[in-house]
Design a protein around this ligand. Structure first.
Ligand code: ATP
Length: 358
């Protein structure tokens, strides 16, 4: 359906606002460059105030950058107003026309673009099929559930056949279960249409589930851009590691090299990690260990003491101490495994390859 797939490129973009409290200027977005491939689904993720929405609004044209240039395909678009940009935005608030029915809401953007009546009917019908609202054309939007309203909002954006679809926390107003099913729907529709999508959320599981690439933002800058797997398994720094999923940080000095492995001394315990060439004896490192990547055993690993053991259904949640370092574990499928109790001393076992060293 999309005419041609276009990517989005930001080159050294900055946005300066005035802090209302201090009256001083600050960078909401600072010297940000990124390249979004045509047809891909990219999510901007980060804590409140990190500059996600400002970045999205600059792509849409609702805000203009103070520095840098934005490109849609090969076209520089800084000077274009939002309606000239070949983008469409789906808002958190849905932004539907309250006194119109579903058909007229979806048709609105085509009417103001003076599309012939017959073609409007055809395109609206097709889009309503895509978002699974066929047969509901005459329902007023105030008679719809939140999920249905969001589908109308999505249809309104898609019907004008933009090259890029922008989403500003579109699922925030829905309950948890509906959010999960709608995010799958959004991904299905994006893939079916083959459109480029830029999506803002502060929900990390939403970002993981929906995206080809995730951009983690922190204080107006990009902390990391990568596939969900790269972000999860090879975070650039502690901020990224901590922001996405649960994590343990094992801090210590490299003691020795053992072939392709390195030994890091964490509170007097030897932690074996895969040695990449960058590791140097005597230097301090942080090993990132995900809770599901380790298990408890009677022996054969790093000595530890259990301080919490809690049945969670699909996993047993443990907190153990390795020296003075707290390590959180998730032992999945615990039914037929030995369950350790608080106070037990045992062994923390993990493959060196499952640790990422910062
Ligand atoms: P959230 O998840 O809370 O929406 P965000 O990452 O989307 O956060 P932005 O809305 O982009 O963050 O805001 C970035 C920073 O810029 C914040 O400190 C915010 O308070 C500030 N800001 C946003 N819009 C304006 C404005 N119009 N005037 C002044 N400051 C602004």
């Amino acid at each position: 359906m999309a005419k041609d797939k276009k990517g989005v490129r930001l080159e050294h973009i900055s946005k300066i606002y005035k802090d209302p409290k201090t009256g001083k200027d600050f960078y909401a977005v600072h010297d940000t460059s990124l390249d979004i491939e045509p047809g891909s689904f990219v999510t901007l993720l980060g804590p409140s105030g990190c500059g996600k929405t400002t970045t999205l609004r600059m792509i849409a044209g609702f805000e203009s950058p103070d520095e840098g240039e934005i490109y849609l395909g090969n076209e520089a678009i800084n000077a274009l107003t939002p309606n000239k940009r070949d983008t469409a935005m789906v808002f958190q608030s849905y932004a539907l026309l309250p006194h119109y029915n579903i058909f007229d809401n979806v048709a609105y953007g085509l009417k103001i673009r003076k599309v012939p009546k017959e073609e409007i009917k055809e395109r609206v019908t097709k889009i309503l099929e895509l978002v699974q609202l066929s047969g509901m054309e005459s329902r007023m939007t105030n008679q719809l559930s939140g999920g249905q309203q969001q589908r109308v909002a999505l249809a309104r954006a898609l019907v004008i056949e933009p090259s890029v679809l922008l989403f500003d926390e579109p699922l925030s107003n829905l309950d948890a279960k509906l959010r999960v099913s709608m995010r799958t729907e959004i991904r299905r529709i994006q893939q079916e249409v083959g459109i480029t999508a830029v999506y803002v959320t502060h929900d990390q599981s939403e970002a993981m589930a929906i995206s080809d690439k995730i951009i983690i933002m922190n204080k107006g800058k990009i902390a990391q851009m990568g596939t969900p797997e790269e972000i999860y398994y090879q975070p650039n720094d502690e901020f990224v590691a901590d922001f996405i999923g649960e994590v343990n940080f094992l801090r210590g000095k490299m003691k020795e090299a053992r072939g392709e492995y390195a030994v890091i001394d964490v509170d007097g315990n030897d932690i074996i990690v895969k040695n990449s060439e960058k590791l140097m004896i005597g230097e301090n490192y942080t090993a990132v260990l995900r809770p599901e990547a380790a298990t408890l055993a009677d022996c054969g690993g790093v000595p530890c003491r259990v301080i919490l053991s809690c049945f969670m259904g699909s996993y047993q949640n443990y907190h153990v101490m390795v020296g003075n370092t707290l390590v959180k574990l998730e032992e999945h499928n615990p039914k037929n495994k030995k369950i350790y109790k608080v106070g037990d001393t045992c062994s923390l076992v993990f493959a060196p390859e499952s640790v990422h060293v910062l």
